[in-house]
Design a binder for this molecule. Structure first.
Ligand SMILES: C[S@@+](CC[C@H](N)C(=O)[O-])C[C@H]1O[C@@H](n2cnc3c(N)ncnc32)[C@H](O)[C@@H]1O
Length: 275
């Protein structure tokens, strides 16, 4: 799964990102549901949610989930990548939400974009990519109405995907790629110093078995390829060859593993613009 520390030197992988984001949302569907439910819980019930920003929207899985949850709100998908925004428009249209989901091309981390006024700003797995996350938080603070809610989700590490018998191998792969919780961003201090109130975190977790011949298998193969691209030079010969088999099309490919064990955690930060 996309994570900040390996961007910049993974160009061939970048082309796979939209598909990986769609699969990520499918495989982690209950995390997205839980996170959107947290937004609904935390939003100030006294003020209707009329306008929501999805910052770093990617392919728009969050934008559509937010538009479905807040059934009268306008959702603005903000991204620095026009190709992603095109996908958001397509996703919104096929969900019948084109009238309430719009797109805005902007870099929230280095410019001072006009984001308009929002009741809720949401950002999932994006702000770690911003050139200047503190500036991004400042832009979001300015965009929120007084009392408005910011929710940010980041993965603690990419989810593990391989079955129990391969857990040791997968851990070596993650260690070699630096894709471990030690590398996760921690926005708590940055949010408080930007001027947000009520900064809090909660952990979202997933731990379940999914069939390898479905979307989870495709997700796992893309993930192993993405992480393996970084890890391979640091693996021994046996692990490198196991990795090649897993991401290949042969009998030892990840799709032939029966059930995959998908487990991981993400941190959700919530914060409020002072009223
Ligand atoms: C890993 S994807 C996550 C997409 C989506 N939020 C999700 O959870 O599936 C990160 C997205 O953030 C966008 N992004 C990164 N930095 C950004 C910035 N400074 N301003 C706006 N979008 C940004 C990227 O173009 C990409 O589409």
């Amino acid at each position: 799964m996309p994570h900040g520390h390996d961007h910049g030197h993974d160009h061939p992988q970048r082309a796979l990102l939209p598909r990986l984001l769609d699969l990520d949302a499918e495989v982690h569907a209950h995390l997205l549901t839980e996170a959107v439910a947290a937004v609904a819980d935390l939003a100030d019930g006294a003020v209707p949610v009329r306008r929501v920003l999805d910052v770093g929207a990617g392919t728009g899985t969050g934008s559509v989930a937010l538009a479905e949850r807040f059934s009268t709100a306008e959702v603005v998908a903000v991204d620095v990548d026009e190709q992603m925004l095109q996908r958001v428009r397509e996703r919104a249209a096929s969900a019948g939400l084109a009238d309430r989901v719009s797109t805005l091309l902007a870099d929230v981390g280095s410019d001072t974009p006009d984001l308009g006024r929002a009741d809720v700003a949401w950002s999932s797995m994006a702000l770690h990519e911003a050139a200047d996350p503190v500036r991004a938080f400042g832009n979001l603070l300015d965009a929120l109405r007084p009392g408005g809610l910011l929710v940010v989700v980041e993965m603690d590490a990419p989810s593990m995907v391989l079955p129990r018998g391969l857990a040791g191998f997968e851990q070596r792969l993650r260690d070699a790629a630096g894709a471990t919780p030690a590398h996760r961003p921690d926005w708590t201090a940055a949010l408080a110093s930007t001027g947000f109130d009520d900064v809090a975190t909660r952990t979202l977790s997933i731990d379940h078995d999914l069939p390898a011949d479905g979307p989870a298998g495709e997700y796992a193969a893309l993930e192993l390829r993405r992480i393996g691209h970084v890890a391979a030079p640091r693996l021994d010969e046996a692990d490198r060859s196991a990795l090649e088999d897993l991401v290949g099309d042969g009998p030892r490919s990840v799709r032939g593993l029966g059930d995959l064990w998908v487990r991981g955690t993400r941190t959700l930060w919530s914060a409020r613009r002072p009223g």
